[in-house]
Write a new protein. Sequence first.
Length: 138
Amino acid sequence: MRTLLLTLLIGLSPVCLAAQIYKWVDAQGVTHFDAQPPQGQSATTLQTPSSPPPKPAAIPGSGTLGDQKAIDDKVKKQVADQQKQLKAFCEQARTNLAQLQNNPRLREEVEGELRRLDDAQRQERMVEAQKQIAENCQ
């Protein structure tokens, strides 16, 4: 178990990536990895990459840059749509607030019937509309 742990630590160490690694199996059938070859025993040299291969240069307008542009355009469109919806919401909220402030005889439809809002309901709706405007509209 210790050999396996040591092997993983050595294998993952950046210092060892640049050095030669030797692999051999002892008389008990245990596989060993080390930076030094064993005495009096044959060992296999493992190839280790010294650095990752370089990434190919991206051609403008194609590949990942083209994909990123498409994603950027999609996000910009979504943001523009959200801003348009927010603007419409703010206009409606301001209109509703003005109606609540200027018209004391408001009615609403509840279950198919028109009912008049009393002053407490009207004040409650004005506070709610002002809160929505303050939170969402600038």
